[in-house]
Write a protein that binds this ligand. Structure first.
Ligand code: R5P
Length: 217
């Protein structure tokens, strides 16, 4: 099975968590795009969605799925999203597509985070994938210097502006042995909007597509 087949398989496997009349939290990225496709036949059965990016919102609306403003939704059951890395504790690195902040906000409101990945994303220790950090533009150099003090090598993601009008620093060579602590520490740097470690809000269920099928843990 190639990687796209695996992404499609794991996205389709997540459909079993979609209940009638539910509001579905929808992430961002190529794996989530397959989930949005798989939602299409259920468009009439669900109440609608809350979305983590302009890109996903556009795709959902094109299928006739209503996208609610998160401020009008006090609670909803599931948030489905991909990840760039996921460890056995269900901590993740996210933000390869620059949607990390809205993903963190939408997933914070969800009762259950269902992470959908192919097996290339499974790791024992987070950090091989460069850690995305969303930063207020005027703080970019300051934040980069602070990250260097923590031992990371930040690289400005040229030409990318987030949906929130900010920039991304991709941080290489971080030893993420304590994801919860590093997530909090990075968020303490003035000018950081959020970082791509999802440990305080880890996944509840991880679906992993392998050559043999979809595993759940
Ligand atoms: O900002 C993007 C998101 O965090 C994505 O969920 C993540 O990058 C995984 O994307 P993909 O499914 O395309 O590998």
């Amino acid at each position: 099975m190639n990687q796209n087949d695996k992404k499609r398989a794991v996205a389709e496997a997540a459909i079993k968590y979609v209940e009638k009349d539910a509001i579905i939290g929808v992430g961002t990225g190529s794996t989530t795009n397959y989930f949005i496709e798989a939602l299409a036949p259920l468009a009439e059965d669900i109440q609608g969605a809350v979305s983590s990016s302009e890109a996903s919102t556009e795709k959902l609306k094109a299928l006739g799925i209503e996208v609610f403003d998160l401020n009008q939704v006090a609670s909803f059951d599931i948030y489905v999203d991909g990840a760039d890395e996921v460890n056995p504790q269900k901590h993740m690195i996210k933000g390869g597509g620059a949607a990390l902040t809205r993903e963190k906000i939408v997933s914070a409101v969800a009762k259950k985070f269902i992470c959908i990945v192919d097996d290339s994303k499974r790791v024992d220790v987070l950090g091989k994938f460069p850690l995305p950090v969303e930063v207020i533009p005027m703080a970019r150099s300051y934040v980069a210097r602070e990250i260097v003090k923590l031992g990371g090598d930040p690289v400005y993601r040229q030409g990318v502006t987030t949906d929130n009008g900010n920039v991304i620093l991709d941080v290489y060579n971080l030893q993420i042995t304590d994801p919860l602590a590093l997530e909090a520490q990075l968020n303490q740097i003035t000018g950081v909007v959020t970082n791509g470690i999802f440990a305080a809000r880890a996944a509840d269920v991880v679906l992993v597509a392998t050559d043999k099928g979809v595993d759940t843990y």
